[in-house]
Design a protein around this ligand. Structure first.
Ligand code: AHR
Length: 325
């Protein structure tokens, strides 16, 4: 491992001294010359998007020669905090994580800062007022994803008279993509007073969650016209519930999702989903590049926004054969 920032160089010298005295300097953290070590605390394995993201980060670390210590937090904030503390203890060179929820990170981020270990936020952000607690944030513009989804619906409903009843499958409560995709969608549909969210509940970004909540919506909410799901997996779960209720997804009830992973794109190409706003999970190469720069004390932008697009059914058919995830 090596670190080149001033703070970390000081920490390294202190460690090297104590290692000489203590006799054990195997991977003692920050002292030797054998490359960068990154501690990565992943959200979990809740969706196709997450699986693609994990694989991409692991592949990119290997390609960059970065030693990756990986934790799956199983969608629990306390597990991520525990993992980050363990990385601090192990004196990794850099910590990267995708926060399960937006709030509650200040204490652990201060601990990392005090230990001289830079933190990179990847995919999701935190709501900490002190932005010096992390080096940079690499990820999508979730508000824009929600807006794109809403704008498509406004256009699609332009010729329709009367109310359009929307049910919303929210992502994990308190997670940045759930908060932001809701905000962006609501801002866009405000352009047409006929468009109304009549029920909204979390499906925790999982397929089973989406199915379960949709089953309840179908029982309790009359005249559903549209499902807005904060990710493909919940939309795919909703499709199962709609089909089980004897209706045709994409026709009897329109479906809009976010992500554009293979299963979602396949359903879109078959007309079961009507529109997808893309969220790109392939963040690995950019993350490793930022990590190298941060560890070497180079300047990095405070925010790196991922490039994304949107897909209709026709566009999904074209894109599918070369889609990487
Ligand atoms: O943070 C990105 C979101 O998390 C993806 O849209 C969703 O599929 C995942 O679980």
């Amino acid at each position: 491992m090596f670190r080149k920032s001033l703070m970390t160089t000081l920490a390294v010298s202190a460690l090297a001294l104590s290692a000489c005295g203590g006799g054990d300097n195997s991977d003692a953290g920050g002292g030797s010359e054998d490359g960068i070590t990154m501690g990565f605390a992943q959200v979990g394995a809740e969706s196709g998007w997450r699986t693609a993201n994990t694989k991409d980060v692991q592949d990119a670390a290997k390609a960059a020669g970065i030693d990756l210590k990986f934790t799956d937090a199983q969608q629990k904030q306390e597990n991520q905090i525990k993992a980050i503390r363990s990385y601090i203890q192990q004196q990794v060179d850099v910590i990267a994580f995708s926060p399960v929820v937006e709030s509650g990170w200040d204490t652990v981020l201060k601990e990392a800062k005090d230990a001289g270990i830079p933190v990179i936020l990847t995919d999701r952000s935190v709501d900490s007022a002190d932005t010096s607690l992390y080096a940079t944030f690499l990820g999508s513009d979730f508000v824009q994803e929600g807006k794109s989804a809403g704008e498509w619906l406004v256009e699609d409903s332009a010729a329709t008279d009367g109310p359009v009843n929307i049910v919303e499958l929210q992502g994990t409560t308190g997670a940045a993509p759930a908060l932001d995709r809701k905000e962006g969608f609501e801002a866009a549909i405000a352009a047409d007073p006929d468009l109304k969210i009549v029920s909204s509940q979390t499906g925790d970004f999982t397929r089973s969650g989406g199915k379960q909540v949709m089953e309840a919506f179908l029982k309790n909410t009359p005249d559903i016209d549209v499902v807005y799901a904060h990710n493909d997996d919940m939309g795919l779960g909703a499709i199962e519930a709609i089909e089980a209720a004897g209706m045709v997804p994409g026709k009897d009830i329109k479906i809009i999702t976010v992500d554009a992973v293979k299963d979602g794109m396949t359903a879109l190409s078959e007309g079961k989903i009507n529109f997808i706003a893309e969220c790109n999970p392939l963040l690995g190469a950019q993350l490793m590049d930022l990590a190298e720069k941060v560890v070497n004390g180079e300047d990095v932008p405070a925010r790196v926004v991922t490039e994304e697009t949107t897909f209709t059914s026709e566009q999904a058919k074209e894109a599918l054969p070369t889609r990487k995830y």
